[in-house]
Design a protein around this ligand. Sequence first.
Ligand SMILES: Nc1ncnc2c1ncn2[C@@H]1O[C@H](COP(=O)(O)OP(=O)(O)O)[C@@H](O)[C@H]1O
Ligand SMILES: [Mg+2]
Length: 129
Amino acid sequence: MKDPYPRNSRASTIAPEEIRMDRVRTGIDGLDQLLHGGFLRGDAILLAGAPGTGKTSIGMQYLYNGVTKYKEPGLFITFEEFPERIYRDADNYGWDFRALEEQGKLKVLLPLPRCSSKTSSAIRALSAR
Ligand SMILES: Nc1ncnc2c1ncn2[C@@H]1O[C@H](COP(=O)(O)OP(=O)(O)O)[C@@H](O)[C@H]1O
Ligand SMILES: [Mg+2]
């Protein structure tokens, strides 16, 4: 049977009235069902919830499925957790993020905030850490 929600379809190749059907599968069965096939292509998704409710886990699973099931590249940008923790937690689910990075299919990034020279001098002057 033809896949009604091909992850790699492009909006430009389908009729305008079908654009709403252009979905990006998460590869998480229950979630894709709930989302009528996946996220709408091009949308920015904000996942909100209390700590420990699985936001990071869903993000990791989405990227893992994208790389392993749908041949899409994955970029994980973390602002609060060191990449080592992401690798460890992904490992816990059986997802080898380091291996995917070595294959050039995934990247985990921690953008470090830049210190202005004024801030750096103040820190040095105080011998603060
Ligand atoms: N392998 C696993 N199987 C089931 N639950 C897990 C596993 N690894 C972590 N968890 C649970 O997932 C939760 C953490 O989810 P997380 O995605 O970090 O939440 P959030 O990002 O919303 O704070 C914790 O309750 C933790 O115990
Ligand atoms: Mg989190």
